[in-house]
Structures are given as C-alpha cells and as structure tokens.
Design a protein around this ligand. Structure first.
Ligand SMILES: Cc1cc2nc3c(=O)[nH]c(=O)nc-3n(C[C@H](O)[C@H](O)[C@H](O)COP(=O)(O)O)c2cc1C
Length: 346
C-alpha cells in the first residue's frame, strides 16, 4: 500500500483532465520515483480501462487516478442558453463549432467511471471539487487504495478528515486549473498555499500535500518544511514531452511569459486559473451556463482552436509560476527536481 515515506521523490504530477495526462506521462513520473496521476474527470469507463491497461505495461511505480465530484446541474432554460450562445457568437470565431443548445449528460456517472478502478486498483484515488459518497472511500480503503481529496480551506480539510480520507491535497490560490472549492457559490477566501498549509497543519492530523505555483526543488523544500508530506505540481508538467497538451498550448506557456494568469469561468462555468487570452478577455462579464454545461457549450470551439494551433481560444490552464515551465522529458524534470531538493542552496 502507498505511503508518502516510500516515495523516492516527494512529487505528485498533478492529475490534469482534458488529455494532458497520457499513460506515457504518468508512467515516466512513476518510473522516476514520483506519483504519476491521471485526470479522468470527463472520461468514459472504457477509456479509463484502456489507459490503466496501458500504464501498467509501462510502469510498476505509484499511479493515481483522479475524478471530479460533479453536482447535477439541471439543463438551463432556453433563454439562458440563448444568452450564453450569443456571447460565444459575438466572438466571431469558429461559428460552426458553437452548438444550438446543450443536452445532458454533461458529465459521466462516477460509479460507472470507478468500475475499472476496482478492477485495476491504482495505488491512489483522488477527488477534486468535493467529497464523494462515503461508501466509495470505504471501498477504496478496504482494497488498499490510498484516498485523497482537494481542500481550498480549513473547513474543507476538516470535512475531508471527518469522512475518513487518507490525505488532503491543499490547493493554494496560485494553482492552475479548476479551483477545488466544494461549493462554487460560497465565498472563496482564495488562500495562498502558505496560509492554507499553516491553517491545515495546526488543525488536521492526516497527511497533507501542497499544491499551487510550485515549479522547482527549492520551492518543494520550502513546502515540505512547512509540514507537507509531498507536493502536487501541474503546470510544471504541461510542457513535458510526454504531456498530451496541444503544441500551441505548450508554446504559449513557454513563450508568452508576460501574459497574466487569471481566474475565469467562461470556459467551463466554474472558476479555473489560466493564461489570459482573447477568449478570456472578450468573455469577461458575459453570460455563461452553469458548470459543467458551459464546458459542453465551448468544447467544439476549444477543440477546433487546439487542432488548428490557435492559443487564443483554448483554455490554457496554468498556475502563477508558469513562466518557469521547462520543455524537457518528465523523467528529466523529476530527476532535476530531485537534485534541486537535495542541494544545499536556498
Ligand atoms: C492543466 C491543468 C489541469 C488540471 N486538472 C485537474 C484535474 O483534472 N484534477 C485535479 O484534481 N486537479 C487538476 N488541476 C489542479 C492541480 O491538481 C493542482 O492543484 C495545480 O496544478 C497546482 O498548481 P500548479 O499548476 O501551479 O502546479 C489541474 C491543473 C492544471 C494546470
């Protein structure tokens, strides 16, 4: 069974939904002594099955499977849909990819998604955006799977500990991708990783992993010195050779170093952090559907932008440290991080 003590390198490559976490990326990190994670949020059980079969041929290292805890969103009324659609039409980009409306299901059924998990039994199972049913946590633990859940506040961390999860992923406001806040309508304090770790470490007994803006070994050492058992890094891995991110996405992170990173809900209906681009600027303050139906509404447009190499209309999720992303293999990245952690500088 997984324990943080057995990690050769205290780094979890973050789960990143949307095709970034290929079996090659996950296996490379696991083989290098860290944890490789799949972001399975939007994937069908067949795809999950195929990815887990593939990864087991590539590594015997630590593998994490990650899911979103979606809340059911009723299909929104025609007039609300019409407003969200006309906001996209005003962009005057890839008009043929904007649907006339959205239809359920907006996300896969979690019980279906988990069926290959019970069969393949990855070492770790993590959840983002909320707490799954207690029976899921109990089942995972009963078969030796280590369970973690993202927290963005002390209250969420307390709820995670109470439900019986094994560890917390503390997500600071520096982090790229979707905010893991359980109730998107509640007030978000947007605590920095440092403030969140201080609050969690003095009140919570279960292990905690730090996430948000971590790009090098010096920063990892600092987060570990604050009591974290490991770190979770997403943005640092997006530009790795094995990552499935589009070439234009990688190029934007590597070259548009002066871009701002901002929270936007225009792509999915829920706040997520990424590079500011034309889509984000033009959609500011415009009508969107609820999460994740807005994701369905924009998926054609985003995919079209990715396949045609247009970084201005893709969701370029990235954390505050994106300008230090390195374009190397994941194996190399983990080994550099390991050296940086053991160096005496900083
Ligand atoms: C492109 C991208 C996609 C992400 N997708 C997920 C996801 O599917 N599940 C999840 O738990 N976290 C996801 N996250 C958030 C990470 O788990 C983590 O909190 C974040 O990457 C840490 O900040 P950093 O990107 O600055 O390292 C994503 C982050 C990025 C950058």
């Amino acid at each position: 069974m997984f324990t943080f003590r057995d990690l050769k390198v205290p780094v979890i490559q973050a789960p990143m939904a949307g095709g970034i976490t290929t079996p090659q990326l996950v296996a490379a990190v696991a083989n290098a002594g860290g944890v490789g994670s799949f972001g399975f949020a939007y994937d069908s059980s067949n795809k999950i099955d195929r990815q887990l079969t593939k990864v087991r041929k590539l590594t015997t290292g630590w593998v994490n499977a990650n899911f979103f805890v979606f809340r059911s969103t009723p299909v929104q009324a025609d007039d609300l849909q019409a407003k969200a659609i006309s906001a996209l039409r005003v962009l005057n980009y890839a008009q043929h990819e904007i649907p006339k409306g959205v239809r359920e299901p907006f996300f896969p059924n979690l019980d279906d998604q988990l069926s290959p998990i019970w069969q393949y039994r990855p070492d770790i199972l993590t959840f983002h955006l909320g707490i799954p049913k207690k029976s899921i946590i109990e089942k995972a633990k009963s078969i030796g799977i280590y369970v973690g859940i993202t927290a963005t506040s002390l209250q969420e961390a307390q709820d995670i500990q109470s439900i019986g999860a094994d560890f917390i992923v503390a997500q600071g406001a520096e982090a790229g991708g979707h905010r893991g806040i359980f109730d998107e309508k509640s007030w978000d304090q947007k605590l920095s990783l440092k403030k969140l770790l201080i609050a969690i470490k003095s009140n919570i007994k279960i292990p905690c992993v730090g996430a948000g803006g971590i790009m090098d070994g010096g920063h990892i050492k600092h987060v570990l010195s604050m009591g974290a058992s490991a770190v979770q890094m997403g943005t640092a891995f997006v530009c790795c050779h094995e990552s499935g991110a589009s070439q234009s996405y990688k190029q934007y992170l590597l070259t548009k170093k002066n871009r701002k990173v901002v929270f936007t809900k225009s792509f999915s209906g829920r706040f997520a952090k990424g590079l500011q681009n034309e889509f984000v600027r033009m959609m500011e303050g415009k009508a969107t559907l609820a999460f994740p139906s807005q994701n369905s509404l924009t998926s054609g447009l985003r995919n079209y932008a990715a396949t045609s190499g247009n970084g201005e209309y893709q969701s370029l999720w990235a954390g505050d440290g994106f300008s230090r992303a390195r374009q190397i293999s994941a194996k190399n990245l983990v080994s550099i991080l390991q050296k940086e952690i053991s160096s005496n500088d900083g």
